[in-house]
Design a protein around this ligand. Structure first.
Ligand code: SF4
Length: 182
């Protein structure tokens, strides 16, 4: 059983991937020479904080932990010291949620999707909704695009609806327009 209306989810995905091509910025973790480990570290950091902060700590983190070997043998406190300004606490090898608060926000706005959980990003139902949005697309690219979109366009405060490619799909935007017209 699917949660989201299929045609709308597919249209959202297509627009997201088109936006990703247009909106792609020159980011250090997107260089072609990056290893899978280096890309993974960027993705983990981006799930926890904003792009500007990750830019500040990314190269320093890789300089200290250039491979999984160094990271696996580091003390958690040492990892914390390197990325301390992020307030992160994650252990190597521990899986992190694929749905974070940014993805939750986009799904709630565009699809009026509500979770009954107090912490929606832990809700398995939201994980399913997220997987429906990226179904059939290369997962790494679609997930990254979704995170970037949430972090630059559909931001927490003052979402940039005026430049958003999802406007006519977005329940939040439609509702806002209805309120203005009422
Ligand atoms: S129209 Fe506004 S609220 Fe809707 S997805 Fe775009 S930025 Fe977010």
């Amino acid at each position: 059983m699917t949660l989201l209306p299929g045609p709308k989810a597919r249209e959202f995905q297509q627009r997201l991937l088109r936006w990703d091509v247009r909106g792609k910025r020159s980011l250090p973790w997107r260089q072609h020479s990056r290893t899978a480990y280096e890309v993974l570290i960027a993705e983990l950091l981006l799930r926890k904080t904003g792009m500007a902060t990750v830019r500040q700590v990314y190269e320093g983190f890789l300089a200290r932990f250039p491979s999984p070997h160094e990271l696996a043998h580091a003390e958690i406190s040492e990892i914390g010291a390197v990325i301390g300004i992020l307030g992160l606490c994650f252990a190597y090898g521990k899986s992190l949620p694929l749905v974070d608060s940014n993805v939750v926000r986009v799904l709630q706005r565009v699809f009026s999707f509500k979770s009954s959980k107090r912490r929606p990003h832990t809700d398995p139902v939201l994980w399913q909704a997220s997987s429906e949005v990226i179904a059939g697309a290369p997962p790494a690219r679609a997930n990254q695009a979704l995170l970037d979109f949430a972090g630059t366009v559909c931001v927490h405060q003052n979402p940039k609806c005026d430049i958003c490619p999802m406007r006519d799909l977005c329940d939040y935007f439609q509702a806002k327009g209805d309120q203005t017209r009422a």
